[in-house]
Design a protein around this ligand. Structure first.
Ligand SMILES: [Zn+2]
Ligand SMILES: [Zn+2]
Ligand SMILES: [Zn+2]
Ligand SMILES: [Zn+2]
Ligand SMILES: [Zn+2]
Length: 568
């Protein structure tokens, strides 16, 4: 591989998947700035490693290893490291510095880090300031919610991922400032919408895709300012009510509507990326991003590449779940307002912290775990400024020589099984494949099988038939056969919205929603528009782009220009 200071991009071979990948000249400049060698792995393998350190939604019950109080945790009972409840972890009864170890230059740094990591207590899950919401993770400020993840400021929401400032909504993903929504994805400021995708400021919209400022629509696509429409044609209020009642009548009628919706969705016009106000940026699900490649689920990124689930990052590369204006970070999973950090996991409000885990409000630390408000620490041991800098330089030199400096933690250092983490969601592997790549695997899955007290064909078929007896029943998921129950809050939601019961457990419902979103992959394609009234006249539009719609997708993929002309 070429050295940095190159003026053009270089090609490299991924040491993991053996595929060739490009290192752009912008990347080389970045690596030079943050003083790391160019990466050994391709962008996908890099993302996969980081995601394998994030168990967002696999929850267990276990006791706190300090006060013995039972609670929900992302770690099952019996982990090698102690797991503390929030009050114990934040309390004064333990000091992470007590676990500090002297760096031994004869042993690999990462091995010593692993040793430290297996001793220092970990917090049972990440949940901050929530009320009456025991089952949540990577979440804060929620009230009366249940099984929501990466969620903030919600009330009475159930079963969701990436839910922000919503109320009384259930089974949604990427839902923002909405109320009474059910089975909606990538939806904003909407009210009483069911089975919708990419809805914005919509009310009473069902089974529809890419709608803005619409009311009372069913089976519509690319709608703008529509009111009372079925299949994009105007209808009367009575037609709408009749159709709605017909669709929501029973489990079977909803399943039929899902099939119909899948067909009309394939006919929709889509922009090559779900992106707004983006310049010189490739990726998908982006808002206000400038100058970067492979940006996913991100808003307000400036000069950042290979990032996902981030907000407001500046000059960062290879970061995931990075929020509050992080700057110049590289290879980081889970960050709040970090600057100049390299290869960290769940490090918050830190500056110049590298190869550290679960550390906050600290600066100039290296290889630390569980620190709070510290400076000049290595492997949780306190140093003076000068000796810290000297030792840090020495360790970095040794790691560079060993070819590991700059890379994220190796897979075996993750405290989770691959199948418990987001990596499995974006890069699914079998147990065998995961183990061959060095990842761990969680064998003890949660839940039970074969304990159902009611079979699928005995379930109440309509909303009217549901009564409180269902709360005592154990149901079985039609896909994975796992048992599940209907909770009281969920029951109330179905009754209130007059909806029939689902036949899948919450995890399979979540997987179904995630499958509707595009993958974090890009293909070079060109605009499919052939409309005669556009700039390109009678010929096909030649505009090219990178898109997360694979070449075998059925939708009409348009460039920005053609999409704007057709849909606005
Ligand atoms: Zn690779
Ligand atoms: Zn405790
Ligand atoms: Zn299932
Ligand atoms: Zn076009
Ligand atoms: Zn066109």
């Amino acid at each position: 591989m070429q050295k940095t200071h190159s003026t053009s991009s270089v090609s490299a071979t991924c040491q993991n998947c053996k595929k060739d990948f490009e290192i752009r000249k912008e990347d080389l400049i970045f690596y030079d700035q943050v003083k790391v060698p160019p990466p050994l792995y391709c962008p996908d393998c890099r993302a996969q490693r980081r995601l394998a350190f994030r168990n967002e939604r696999t929850l267990y019950r276990r006791a706190c290893d300090l006060c013995n109080k039972d609670g929900v945790s992302i770690y099952p009972a019996g982990t090698v490291f102690p797991v503390y409840c929030h009050s114990c972890w934040w309390g004064d009864e333990w000091d992470p510095i007590d676990y500090g170890i002297n760096y031994d230059p004869k042993q690999s740094f990462l091995e010593q880090f692993a040793e430290l990591k297996n001793k220092v207590p970990r917090v049972r899950l990440l949940s901050i300031n929530s009320v009456n919401t025991e089952y949540e993770n990577n979440s804060s400020e929620n009230k009366n919610c249940y099984l929501i993840f990466a969620a903030e400021n919600n009330e009475d929401c159930l079963y969701g991922r990436l839910i922000q400032s919503c109320k009384n909504s259930m089974d949604c993903a990427f839902l923002y400032s909405s109320e009474l929504c059910y089975e909606c994805i990538d939806t904003r400021k909407s009210f009483k919408c069911f089975y919708g995708e990419r809805l914005q400021e919509c009310v009473d919209v069902l089974f529809s895709f890419d709608m803005r400022n619409c009311q009372n629509c069913i089976f519509c696509t690319n709608g703008r300012n529509l009111s009372y429409a079925i299949e994009n044609k105007s209808c009367t209020k009575e037609d709408y009510e009749k159709k709605r009642t017909e669709i929501l009548a029973s489990y079977a009628s909803i399943e039929a509507a899902k099939k119909k919706y899948a067909e009309i969705r394939n006919e929709a016009v889509v922009k090559y990326a779900f992106a707004t106000k983006c310049v010189h940026a490739t990726g998908d699900y982006m808002y206000n991003c400038f100058d970067g490649v492979r940006i996913f689920d991100t808003s307000n990124a400036k000069n950042c590449s290979y990032i996902a689930d981030t907000e407001d990052p500046i000059d960062c590369q290879d970061v995931n779940n990075h929020y509050f204006k992080g700057e110049r970070c590289y290879n980081v999973m889970g960050a709040l307002q970090d600057t100049n950090c390299i290869a960290d996991v769940f490090v918050f409000y830190c500056n110049r912290v590298g190869y550290s885990d679960s550390t906050r409000d600290s600066q100039d630390c290296f290889g630390c775990v569980g620190l709070n408000n510290k400076k000049y620490c290595i492997l949780n041991k306190q140093y003076e400024k000068e000796s810290f800098e000297k030792l840090r330089t020495q360790i970095i030199a040794e790691m560079t020589k060993a070819g590991v400096y700059g890379e994220f933690f190796p897979p075996e250092l993750s405290p989770f099984g691959y199948n418990e983490t987001l990596a499995q969601e974006y890069y699914p592997l079998t147990e065998k494949e995961a183990k061959e790549r060095g990842f761990l695997w969680q064998k003890e899955t949660t839940g039970t099988y074969g304990k159902e007290t009611i079979q699928e064909n005995e379930m109440p078929k309509t909303a009217d038939e549901i009564n409180e007896k269902i709360l005592d029943q154990i149901l079985v998921c039609k896909d994975c056969k796992k048992n599940f129950r209907i909770t009281r809050a969920e029951f109330d939601f179905y009754k209130r919205m007059n909806l029939p019961l689902p036949h899948k457990d919450f995890e399979c419902r979540h997987q179904d929603r995630m499958k509707k979103r595009n993958p974090r992959q890009l293909w070079p394609r060109s605009c499919m528009c052939e409309l005669g009234n556009h700039q390109h006249g009678g010929a096909k539009c030649e505009n090219e782009f990178e898109t997360s719609y694979s070449p075998d997708r059925k939708e009409k993929i348009y460039c920005e220009h053609c999409y704007q002309q057709e849909v606005y």
